[in-house]
Write a protein that binds this ligand. Sequence first.
Ligand code: DC
Length: 225
Amino acid sequence: MRHLRIAIDGPAGAGKSTVARELARRLGIMYVDTGAMYRSVAWLAVKYGIPPSDEEAVVRLLEEHPLHFETNEQGELQVYAEGHNITAELRTPEVSNVVSQLAVHPRVRALLTDWQRAFSRMRSVVMDGRDVGTVVLPDADVKIFLTADLRERAKRREQQLRAQGFEVSAEDLCVQLADRDARDAGRDTAPLRRAHDAHQIDSTGKTVGQVVEEILSIVERVVLQ
Ligand code: DC
């Protein structure tokens, strides 16, 4: 199969990671969760009590505690900090609440963008995030902008978090998701935005399987061209 780069962007909770993971599995290619990379920086900031708004301090933190990214046997990104695999610790409400504050920093973004581009040069990838189709891989073969109603996104997040044992309410999550989207879309560097050549898919009321099939048919058209 030819070298493929598939970019999936969209707001928080639109189902990007679930869809991207399944799509990568179906195509037998690597899945790079760029949100996990930003979350790993937030994980370090929370651990060491670094204010996420202080770019200088966050960059210093990364120099002192370098993160390492690699793939597992399933072709999924794994994040290592201080010699431990922290991938399973990145989706806590605490990390979610600070991550978009440090994702605004150009120096943090430049560092992570380099890693993301390096992955896409080595292997065929499905990469999801906010700026993949616009900044990281502007010449991706397929670009998807995945959206869903805010209420449905909050409901999905509530189910995910409750399954992990967190006590959360859909109302609070609605406010938090809207805040995060506003920060992600309002920042100066690489804001959340639909690339002009992205296919927009609204996942409201659709199953993961339906969305994956929709994307696969777009991928097939591109590959057969
Ligand atoms: O996709 P996620 O919810 O795991 O992303 C967490 C945060 O990371 C999100 O609020 C914004 C930031 N992010 C980003 O700025 N750029 C990306 N490519 C991916 C995530």
